[in-house]
Design a protein around this ligand. Sequence first.
Ligand code: BDR
Ligand code: CA
Length: 312
Amino acid sequence: MNRKIIIDTDPGQDDAVAILLALASPELEVLGLTCVAGNVPLGLTQKNARIVCELAKRPDIKVFSGCEVPLERELVTAEHVHGKTGLDGPDLPDPTMELADGHAVDFLIDTLRSQPSGSVTLCPLGPLTNVATAFTRAPDIVERVQEIVLMGGAYFEVGNITPTAEFNIYVDPEAADIVFKSGVTLTVMPLDVTHKALVTKPRNDAFRALGNAAGIAVAQMTDFFERFDLAKYGSDGAPLHDPCVTAYLIRPDLFTGRFVNVEIETGSELTRGMSVADWWGVTDRTPNATFIGDIDADGFFALLTERLARLP
Ligand code: BDR
Ligand code: CA
């Protein structure tokens, strides 16, 4: 059975790969992409989302522009990782498809109200501003969400934008707090798992060897953003964070985690956006999220390569 999803995103090379994986997969029906400011400002994330749809020859996908700034904070971006455009690496043409009419938050609200309750999964790949705004403005939609599978947070890996916070949660901790307290069934792909999804050279060569536009573009995106992570972590390749979300929807058996309590730090400036996961069950706080810790990385890259091969 197809799972209906909305991808909330701030492309970002790894967001782009996550979107391509979804568009290549018959198990997933992409109802729309809702864009948010994150890796780069909104003007670029919504443009990049359209570039990715056109790369997949899917100009029919609805792409909505959403929130321009976090709920209460100044926007923090990550050009140091993703480049000036957010999608540095491949030389892709400017999009010709138009943005869909309306605001991303209205699309989230309207879709959750019009689709059967429990039939739409949200896949946030960036700061949670759009989703939290929709939940706050229309509390009736919260119980209509089937599940949220998101990329964000860290426990064992602690942080990538600060010593204690992962980027997506750090940028809009108040939004993350709303989502983590919403009561929606939540599956979280933290750095703990995404740092095990490394694009080693043989894996990137396999994307390039596909020879299609999507495979070559993904290899070029990785060539670009791996410079940063290789220098920082000294690892074998760049982590493909966001595709863990869409891969999980297709092959949950590739992932393992624990259902634990996860709360977001909003008070402290020192640990702003820290995702405090009770991995060891040392509190009596109620579990609210399946926090993923491990991945069959070879299985993940085999899936990704096989699916990218289906694209133009
Ligand atoms: C997350 O932040 C962004 O840089 C990536 O696109 C990913 O969603 C990783 O911390
Ligand atoms: Ca992202």
